[in-house]
Design a binder for this molecule. Structure first.
Ligand code: XMP
Length: 325
């Protein structure tokens, strides 16, 4: 099948157009896979979640969703995947708790690209093991969207499953491959996915792993996760969710002296980053109200274990990148 979006394809901007797209894709998927089983790596990100919801409508339990919790997801994400897909949509969902496995592999590894490689390779290994446990699977669904095709050319595989071995080569099911991100969101909404899944900000594949700087330790990883949850909660409460393109926290591998409860402390800082961009190639820093930054600082230093300072990153891209690693 061609990898070019049909010229006459209307942009999906309304619920009615989304419904028509969904009905057409349900028919197409049924025609492609019949009564065979389809495997999907369900991260909980926008694209894989929309594919899952669509395929559940088309083939029900013949879709096998595999959610790998690598320990580097944001607070509440693995739980939400289980509650939305298993509890509400009655999906055939395999939940893999691979937290210790990933953190053991990453222990002591400080170099950013090495960390990324380990996370990517381990993900493929875990997914492959789960795929081998399933029998009679002939198809692999992927949340490929049109920008993935435009950016990677005709042969490059989707980043999540690029390295599956030869004997696990499945026929691909890619129902979103001609959609742009905004269209995927309209379709996700029409499929009944929750807003915080559909309008989620971008999140890197290696997750919080690249925001817990240097060699990942469990205490600093928890500090990243908890401070990120506070930041997201406060941005949502103060009307910045959906307005700021990407915002998150980073915990470096350095400690500084402070005072807490009248005693000297020697703890980590949390760095807040909030940026706006069109294409992630350049970015400007969000002008977050100072009073809000002070409030978030107070919450993080009081609520997050092991943290005694909060810093705000004022650096645009360039010279900084959006992430710190
Ligand atoms: P940088 O840090 O390069 O980030 O300015 C640009 C955008 O890409 C995201 N990002 C990643 N996404 N895997 C991903 O899937 C990665 O390894 C990765 N690194 C950065 C980043 O969050 C930002 O949106």
């Amino acid at each position: 099948m061609s990898n070019k979006r049909p010229e006459n394809m209307e942009r999906i901007t309304t619920p009615a157009l989304a419904d028509a797209f969904i009905q057409a894709q349900i028919a197409a998927v049924k025609a492609q896979v019949g009564d065979k089983k389809v495997l999907l790596a369900l991260s909980g990100g926008v694209d894989s979640s929309v594919v899952a919801a669509l395929l559940i409508k088309a083939i029900g339990k013949n879709l096998v969703c595999v959610h790998v919790n690598h320990g580097l997801l944001r607070k509440g994400e693995p739980e939400q995947v289980v509650s939305v897909f298993r509890d509400q949509m009655d999906a055939n969902l395999v939940y893999v708790d691979a937290v210790d496995r990933f953190l053991d592999k990453l222990a002591g590894v400080a170099e950013p690209e090495q960390k990324r490689k380990i996370i990517g390779a381990e993900f493929i290994r875990v997914f492959e093991e789960e795929a081998r446990k399933q029998h009679g699977i002939e198809f692999l669904a992927q949340g490929t969207i049109y920008p993935d095709i435009l950016e990677s050319g005709p042969v490059k595989a989707h980043h999540n499953v690029g390295g599956l071995p030869e004997d696990l080569k499945f026929e691909l099911v890619e129902p979103l491959k001609f959609l742009f991100k905004d269209e995927v969101r309209v379709v996700g909404k029409a499929l009944g996915l929750p807003d915080n899944m559909v309008y989620r900000q971008p999140f890197p594949g290696p997750g919080l792993g690249v925001r817990c700087l240097g060699a990942i330790t469990r205490d600093r990883l928890e500090a990243v996760r908890e401070s990120d949850a506070i930041l997201r909660e406060e941005f949502a409460k103060n009307g910045l969710e959906g307005k700021v393109w990407q915002y998150f926290t980073v915990v470096p591998d350095l400690r500084s002296v402070g005072v807490k409860d009248g005693k000297r402390s020697f703890e980590y800082p949390v760095i807040i980053r909030a940026v706006n961009t069109k294409d992630a190639m350049t970015a400007t820093v969000e002008d977050v109200p100072f009073a809000l930054l002070q409030h978030i600082t107070a919450r993080i230093t009081h609520e997050v274990a092991g943290v005694n300072r909060v810093l705000y990153d004022l650096t645009p891209k360039p010279t900084g990148t959006i992430e710190w690693e």
